[in-house]
Design a protein around this ligand. Structure first.
Ligand code: SAM
Length: 258
């Protein structure tokens, strides 16, 4: 995998930075929200699954391993695609997981091409209504659409809002549970259900639960060996700490009507 220059590391968004230092679970609800999502996905060995904004392909690999299904994993970021392809190779699931470039706002697939369409922590970075409509379009009638999003678990302080949406994730927009339900409903989806939980991805407990002790130590090691990584982490962590008490994840699950 390509080694990034210090200036490139400084410019990475927090999610790509986490991928670069080897984190595998890169969405607000961690493995817990993925489990909740998969429990409602109705994936079988015969399912055609699409994971949009797949990051480093952790969920795509898990679906291929657990269900033997064929998964198409797309992302817009070359950094993520590079790591996703490497992880798929190492996991030995190249015959079942295809990694490709793709934009959630303009997917290259035909209408109804997939039985199950997943987008964990992606829609919120773009035009949310257009993205939800694209997810719905490529899902067959009777198929499932499942997404993970951010929301404010409690009204944020002005400082927490400014730090998170102004500095940590500029451009990110997220909504209340009701707003997310309306966005997916407007995309033509039905039977919309939601589940919420706290943002734990970057808390010590959540980090350990998601990555396990060995990988957590390896990630810390990768941060420690490069000054550019240390500087990025030192910038990120205090800001995250200010926003975490107010942040939560929401899993949205829905069906494309017949
Ligand atoms: C928070 S990460 C989540 C990654 C992965 N879904 C996971 O849960 O680990 C957001 C991902 O969305 C991708 N992304 C952002 N905008 C996108 C777009 N327009 N189309 C496809 N992927 C996009 C980013 O490159 C990144 O991999």
């Amino acid at each position: 995998m390509a080694r990034l220059a210090a200036t490139e590391i400084a410019a990475l968004d927090p999610y790509k930075f986490m991928a670069v230092v080897g984190k595998r679970v890169i969405h607000p609800g961690g493995r817990e929200s993925t489990e909740s999502l998969l429990a409602r996905a109705d994936v079988t060995e015969a399912s055609r699954v699409l994971d949009v904004g797949c990051g480093v392909a952790t969920t795509a690999i898990e679906i291929a391993r657990r269900h033997g299904a064929e998964v198409t994993a797309v992302d817009i970021s070359p950094v993520m695609l590079d790591r996703a392809a490497a992880n798929v190779r190492v996991a030995g699931v190249e015959d079942r997981v295809r990694v490709a470039a793709g934009d959630i706002l303009d997917l290259e697939f035909d209408d109804g091409a997939f039985d199950v369409v997943i987008a964990e922590a992606v829609t919120m970075f773009v035009d949310r209504r257009r993205a939800a409509a694209e997810l719905s379009r490529v899902t067959r009638s009777g198929g499932r659409v499942l997404a993970t999003e951010f929301f404010w678990r409690r009204a944020p302080s002005d400082e927490a809002r400014e730090v998170f949406l102004g500095q940590v994730c500029p451009g990110l927009e997220f909504d209340t549970v009701e707003d997310w339900t309306a966005i997916y409903g407007a995309a033509g989806l039905a039977d919309i259900e939601t589940e919420t939980g706290p943002f734990e991805m970057m808390t010590p407990r959540g980090f350990l639960a998601d990555e396990g002790l060995t990988r957590s130590l390896a990630i810390m090691g990768r941060v420690a060996v490069r000054p550019a990584h240390v500087r990025k982490m030192a910038w990120l962590m205090p800001r995250m700490a200010r926003a975490v008490p107010y942040l939560g994840y929401i899993v949205v699950t829905a069906t494309k009507p017949g």
